[in-house]
Design a protein around this ligand. Structure first.
Ligand SMILES: [Zn+2]
Length: 413
């Protein structure tokens, strides 16, 4: 059997014929050509009989064969398309503008869904930035129905990346549990873009929107979907009092003169922040220390715990009255950070009670948001928001990918 025949049988790339095989320094190079007789425009896909010229041959990475790098070589024609003007022809093995075959891209994206960055890069022998671009193309190829169709309960949240220097706004569908929209930025205009894409008709069907208490999001939501119930995310409400607790703790640490006592209190942070039922023996004893030795800090701790308990309630009217009690208590607490938190909670009371009524939350303990945050961390090294957004869609939009495996065909020529 000739080498070209063998490789044609092994690779089985659609509408592609291998016409010659040779070795390069780092692997195998196959000269290929499309089996289609009339070239197609790479821009719109229509058949174009009029050739413009032929570019010098270049290489596309394909999946390795037996662990050895394999590349396809072909000189692209340029066609004179009546619609697109002079453009490169469409080739059956790759997307326009990509120097990887679709099979290679599909396998890379599958790995990126399931494996760590280092694994993907080592297996596929590509840089992480390249993986970002590949994912973008795969997501675009796979994106079927409009994800913005049929939305009723949505959550809007910001995700930080590049060590909290930059943000993207992410919209999730609470019903189907998937990411449906994302864009760089976290201000009212970012969100206005989303509602503009959604359009009036689909906006009218939105029933609840879960957001944090940032004024930018509140403004954009009230403008676009004034009829929808605004729900303030439990996670953000609790983070508010966690921060207040930490401010009280730090002020108390600063006030202590004795270095030994100061160190003990300094290391109490986790004992104070954690849920009491998750404390280990050391942390429990630290908490007991705080209870006996620092009444202000212990009061702050109780405020934090009580708020969490109120948000666990299931009856909205009970939660409302308990929240009002909590606000009054926080105001009397003589702890400035809690007075401030109480004012914020008072201003957003109905949206917080709506959380109790609906149970919708964006919090990191909820699957999707936690997953999105993990992906943000995993994507560290993606310098563009575009790559990060592609990664979010790849992993959180319900896309199902398989590695591009090929089976032999016994009855073919
Ligand atoms: Zn065209």
């Amino acid at each position: 059997m000739r080498a070209t025949t063998l490789l044609n049988k092994v690779l089985r790339i659609k509408f592609t014929r291998i016409i010659a095989v040779s070795f390069a320094d780092d692997g195998v190079v196959c000269d290929v050509e499309p089996t289609t007789s009339i070239p197609r425009c790479g821009g719109c896909g229509c058949k174009v009989r009029k050739l413009y010229d032929r570019r010098p041959p270049r290489l596309w990475r394909h999946l390795d064969v037996g662990g050895m790098k394999l590349e396809l070589r072909y000189g692209l024609c340029r066609v004179d398309c009546p619609r697109c003007g002079v453009t490169s022809e469409w080739v059956p093995w790759a997307s326009p503008g990509s120097w990887f075959t679709e099979a290679f891209e599909q396998t890379t994206a599958f790995l990126a869904q399931h494996a760590a960055k280092t694994v993907v890069c080592a297996m596929m022998r590509v840089a992480w930035a390249t993986v970002g671009a590949i994912i973008g193309r795969v997501v675009e190829r796979l994106g079927g129905d409009d994800p913005l169709d049929g939305l009723t309960h949505i959550g809007i949240d910001e995700l930080s990346y590049r060590r909290h220097h930059e943000y993207i706004t992410v919209v999730v569908d609470h019903v189907r549990g998937r990411v449906v929209w994302a864009a760089p930025g976290k201000n009212a205009d970012t969100l206005r873009t989303f509602f503009a894409e959604l359009g009036e008709e689909r906006c009218a069907r939105i029933q609840t929107v879960t957001i944090d208490m940032s004024q930018a999001y509140i403004t954009a939501v009230r403008e676009a979907v004034p009829h929808a119930q605004t729900v303030f995310d439990r996670f953000h409400v609790q983070r508010l009092v966690h921060d207040a607790l930490d401010q009280v703790r730090r002020a108390e640490v600063r006030a202590i003169v004795d270095p030994e006592d100061r160190r003990a209190l300094k290391h109490s942070r986790f004992a104070l922040q954690k849920n009491p039922w998750n404390l280990n023996a050391v942390e429990s004893s630290k908490l007991i220390d705080v209870q006996h030795n620092n009444r202000r800090l212990y009061r702050a701790y109780l405020l934090k715990e009580t708020l969490a308990a109120i948000l666990d309630r299931r009856q909205p009217h009970v939660a409302r009255s308990k929240l009002l009690d909590w606000i009054a208590w926080a105001r009397r607490s003589r702890l400035a950070p809690f007075k401030k938190a109480a004012a914020t909670i008072r201003d957003h009371l109905e949206g917080i009670v709506a959380y109790v009524a609906t149970g919708f939350s964006n919090g990191p303990t909820e699957g999707l948001n936690g997953k999105a945050r993990t992906i943000t961390r995993r994507s560290f090294g993606f310098h563009s928001a575009t790559s990060l957004i592609s990664m979010l869609f790849l992993c959180c939009a319900g896309l199902v990918l398989k590695p591009a495996h090929v089976a032999p065909r016994f009855h073919s020529t």
